[in-house]
Design a protein around this ligand. Structure first.
Ligand SMILES: Cc1cc2nc3c(=O)[nH]c(=O)nc-3n(C[C@H](O)[C@H](O)[C@H](O)COP(=O)(O)OP(=O)(O)OC[C@H]3O[C@@H](n4cnc5c(N)ncnc54)[C@H](O)[C@@H]3O)c2cc1C
Length: 257
């Protein structure tokens, strides 16, 4: 295994804070996407002042469950200050998965006129600068954020993307796909093996999001290589068999640092 010294250049990511407000939004349309995903477009006066500047921003959706409300985290996939409905619009792209998860159930049936409350984003961490290249890794739940990363970098630095867990490259439009070298893993491919084959060095920024246990070996590999903390941004977006995963919990409980 190759290891390398810590990078000397500071790669601090700027953070922009936003007013924390609960917003009540209305569904203005829905669109089926490839790979069992659905795009729900929200509108409404409450979107005034909404801002999402960072590729891995998230909002908290409040969803009906068991007679109360539960919160689930989602990526603001795209925000337009003036959309086709003649007002501000927010797209959120949901994976429709085969469980009774409240978010997936809500999105699978939400039609025009349905309402939902959300909070956030609390703040936006902007894309870093100073890296020679970037490696992005996502399953379907991470695809909306991966697309935001591809747009944020727009080929500078040169970016590779690995899609796993059934993520469909058709989610990216032509310009986005052209801005990243995209590799789609088949079910028989092992994510760690493919990551081990990547050219990763101290000037590579790695971002990954998806099923938490699938990312643990990837994180261990990158740490063992000596990739500094500011060059690794790995996130469990959900965990098989666990409802409402707390994404602030350590990805690797055996190595919480
Ligand atoms: C910062 C952040 C951003 C996110 N952005 C998005 C996004 O843009 N789009 C998106 O679809 N998801 C996104 N997620 C993931 C999403 O929050 C989870 O998938 C969430 O658990 C879904 O809630 P639920 O109510 O449908 O299921 P839950 O009630 O949480 O879980 C019920 C069951 O479904 C399983 N499950 C949960 N999610 C999935 C899945 N994706 N595939 C298969 N099984 C699953 C669980 O393991 C559990 O067994 C994001 C998560 C984070 C932390």
């Amino acid at each position: 295994m190759r290891t390398f010294p810590l990078s000397s250049s500071p790669r601090i990511r700027d953070v922009v804070r936003h007013e924390m407000r609960r917003r009540r939004l209305t569904v203005v349309r829905r669109q089926e996407l490839p790979g069992s995903m659905v795009r729900i477009t929200f509108g409404g006066e409450d979107l005034e002042g909404f801002a999402s500047l960072g590729p891995e921003d998230h909002v908290k959706l409040l969803l009906p469950a068991d007679g109360g409300l539960v919160a689930r985290d989602y990526t603001p996939s795209e925000h337009r200050t003036l959309g086709a409905s003649s007002g501000p619009e927010l797209d959120i792209d949901f994976v429709i998965h085969a469980t009774d998860g409240p978010a997936s159930v809500w999105a699978s049936t939400a039609e025009e006129g349905a309402q939902l409350e959300l909070g956030g984003p609390r703040g936006s961490r902007l894309a870093p600068t100073g890296f020679r290249n970037a490696l992005l890794i996502a399953d379907p739940a991470g695809l909306p954020a991966l697309r935001r990363w591809v747009r944020a970098f727009a080929g500078e630095p040169p970016t590779r993307a690995i899609l796993f867990g059934g993520a469909d490259a058709a989610f990216l439009d032509d310009a986005e796909a052209a801005a990243a070298l995209v590799q789609v893993l088949e079910p028989e491919h092992d994510l760690l093996t493919v990551v081990e084959q990547q050219d990763v060095d101290a000037d590579t920024f790695v971002w990954a999001a998806g099923e938490a246990t699938a990312l643990v070996p990837v994180r261990r590999h990158l740490k063992a290589l000596g990739l500094p903390k500011e060059a690794r941004s790995l996130h469990g977006y959900w965990k098989r068999g666990e409802a409402g995963l707390d994404h602030h919990a350590p990805l690797d409980p055996a190595d919480p640092d």
